[in-house]
Design a protein around this ligand. Structure first.
Ligand code: 6PG
Length: 243
């Protein structure tokens, strides 16, 4: 598997390590460029990281005024829906730190999914600096499903071959449309941090660590500078690890 991995006892120690790394990276970019462009992960695992970053323990360590928040993917639901990744990020982080709405760029899920994806791609082109001609995130946070998907790059879906910056994808197993960044823009990020927790992820992590299964969408993820997998012991329980 590409990149480096670190294994933590549990979700809490994993989230603290992720928060420390987030602060370190944000501080580095804010000092050198005055900006920090990050794409947030959805799902459940990152919630505790977001809550930590908004906590008294961490909130004061970052000058949030230079941070811009984007999203790795989104469900095709209204922004106030319980399943919305934007709502999860708002409740756990964005509404609890000193930022303005102009610093947050959710997918426009009121639009038709294809229009929303095209609009997001245009937004990335407008807002982000370029590297090798493509928009470049400073950091992309990602989770991983128990089928080896990440963002909404699901196994067997056409988005895996899409060279646009963002796309809409129908996910048969979920019977729903999703919106997602694609490999070209995710892999153009300087830093990528996976947050992976729980026994349900162990089988994929084992296969990735043995390099036996490269069909998982996560196996095509790479970063310009650093790809880091933060795992708890449950997710890493059957990995072939070189301690
Ligand atoms: C989403 C995420 C998705 C998530 C994985 C893992 O919208 O659900 O972007 O890719 O990261 O499904 O989800 P958990 O962290 O909840 O296991």
């Amino acid at each position: 598997m590409k990149g480096a991995y670190k294994i933590y006892t549990d979700m809490d120690t994993l989230s603290h390590a992720a928060a420390d790394r987030f602060v370190m990276l944000a501080s580095r970019y804010l000092e050198t460029t005055g900006k920090f462009n990050v794409a947030l992960a959805g799902g459940g695992t990152p919630r505790s990281l977001y809550q930590l970053l908004a906590s008294v323990e961490y909130r004061g360590r970052i000058d949030w005024s230079g941070v811009s928040f984007y999203f790795g993917d989104e469900r095709s639901v209204p922004q106030e829906h319980a399943d919305s990744n934007y709502r999860m990020a708002r409740e756990s982080l964005l509404d609890r730190i000193p930022i303005t709405r102009e610093q947050v760029f959710p997918f426009e899920t009121r639009l038709d999914v294809r229009k929303a994806a095209a609009e997001y791609a245009r937004l990335l082109q407008r807002n982000l600096p370029k590297a090798d001609g493509l928009p470049k995130f400073d950091l992309v946070l990602l989770g991983m499903g128990d089928d080896g998907h990440t963002a909404s790059l699901f196994p067997g879906t056409c988005i895996l071959h899409d060279d646009r910056l963002a796309a809409a994808v129908y996910v048969e197993k979920l019977k729903t449309w999703r919106l997602s960044l694609t490999y070209p823009v995710i892999n153009n990020a300087d830093h990528i941090m996976f947050l992976i927790s729980g026994e349900s992820k162990a089988q994929v992590m084992q296969q990735l660590s043995q390099n036996t299964e490269s069909h998982f969408p996560v196996s095509r993820i790479d970063a310009r500078d650093e790809l880091l997998w933060l795992l708890d012991e449950a997710a890493a329980s059957t990995m072939e690890t070189t301690r």
